[in-house]
Design a protein around this ligand. Structure first.
Ligand code: ATP
Ligand code: FE
Length: 355
């Protein structure tokens, strides 16, 4: 099966061609056009600007993905596209493009949940078998899921407010560091002492898999203002210590909640237990190390996709499309773009997690 995938749900326009054969899955091409410069002056993604940029770039992405794969549209079996969740204008740009291709060529159309794309990435990169536990941790999401099938996910819990990537980005803004905040905070943290400033570890007293990160940001703001009030400004060392303390709090919370999620997952007696992480925050070395330690401790294999496949891309969408297509599932031209689309049937509201 060879599938062309399209992604445009946030601030990356992407197209990719992925093939699955007897040997496994192969990424034949993966093209990503970022929009960071377009939004940098605004301190966040501007939906209108994003939608327009997606609409402008998506055709070019498709052409380039096919060209790099050395294929024509006639050589692919279907077109897969992110149909949500995400910024609706962006999702629409991708869905319209995919529908156009499907209508013009007669190729089958496969709508993909963006989160399923992230959650299935360990199968694309590592051939991981079901069921596995996945921690999805990005700029917009943070949740634990047991992946039982291509469209079968059980949500164990997640953040009740901010996602960690969002927290890193806000922390960077508070400290005058460049965006995206995750990488800049991580670099600073390497030079700091994580014990110098102590930040809260929210919800650790609750025996569930829910997390909270908004208080951490408030604590950082307060500590920063206190230092500024006392000394008139932040030194290089203060900033490094703040980053190190802030990052350590996130590492500790994720490690402890992962331990709890693993206990629930292991109770189902998986044959080859695996914890996978996906999402942009999985790029963080300290977070990876923390999760790896927990896995070693509990006899679970740890896997993290390469960075390029952790952040938004279309290869994961093409691959998730292959999994649906292989099951005989297809969409038609009535496929809708959905701003919200939870991965499992359990309402996040009932579980106390919003993202
Ligand atoms: P989503 O995919 O959930 O809609 P998104 O597209 O914003 O959200 P990603 O592209 O997966 O998320 O990841 C971007 C986020 O990852 C940013 O918030 C960024 O700060 C964070 N991030 C990237 N590298 C690191 C790092 N080394 N440490 C911590 N966070 C990081
Ligand atoms: Fe994403």
């Amino acid at each position: 099966i060879t599938i062309l995938g399209l992604e445009s749900s946030c601030d990356d326009t992407a197209a990719a061609v992925v093939r699955r054969d007897g040997q496994g899955a192969h990424i034949l091409s993966s093209v990503v056009y970022g929009q960071t410069e377009l939004h940098s002056a605004f301190g966040g993604v501007v939906p209108e600007i994003a939608a327009r940029a997606h609409a402008e770039k998506i055709d070019l992405c498709v052409t380039e993905a096919l060209e790099r794969a050395g294929l024509a549209l006639a050589d692919v079996d279907a077109v897969a596209v992110t149909a949500g969740p995400g910024l609706i204008g962006g999702v629409l740009a991708g869905v319209m493009c995919a529908k156009g291709i499907a209508a013009a060529t007669g190729l089958p159309l496969v709508g993909v949940n963006h989160l399923a794309g992230h959650a299935l990435t360990p199968r694309l990169t590592d051939g991981v078998g079901f069921p596995y536990l996945i921690l999805l941790v990005s700029g917009g999401h943070c949740q634990y899921l047991i992946a039982k099938g291509p469209e079968e996910f059980t949500r164990l819990g997640g953040t009740i407010d901010d996602a960690p990537g969002e927290a890193f980005d806000k922390a960077a803004r508070l400290l005058g560091l460049p965006q995206p905040g995750g990488p800049s905070v991580e670099v600073e943290a390497k030079m700091g002492d994580p014990r110098h400033f102590r930040f809260p570890r929210p919800l650790l007293d609750r025996d569930d898999c829910n997390l909270s990160f908004s208080g951490l940001k408030t604590a950082l703001l307060r500590t920063r203002d206190q230092i500024v009030a006392e000394k008139g400004g932040l030194t290089r060392a203060d900033r490094a210590d703040l980053c190190a303390g802030f990052q350590q709090a996130i590492v500790d919370v994720l490690a402890e909640k992962t331990r709890r999620a693993l206990r629930i997952y292991l109770a189902e007696n998986p044959a080859d237990p695996v914890l996978a992480v996906a999402g942009g925050v999985a790029a963080n070395g300290a977070i990876r190390a923390g999760l790896e330690t927990v896995c070693t401790e509990m006899g679970v294999r740890f896997t993290a996709p390469p960075l390029k496949l952790c952040t938004d891309n279309a290869a994961m969408i093409a691959y998730a499309g292959i999994e649906r297509f292989a099951k005989g599932e297809r969409d038609d031209l009535t496929l809708m773009a959905r701003p919200r689309w939870p991965l499992d049937n359990t309402s996040p509201a009932l579980l106390g997690g919003g993202k």
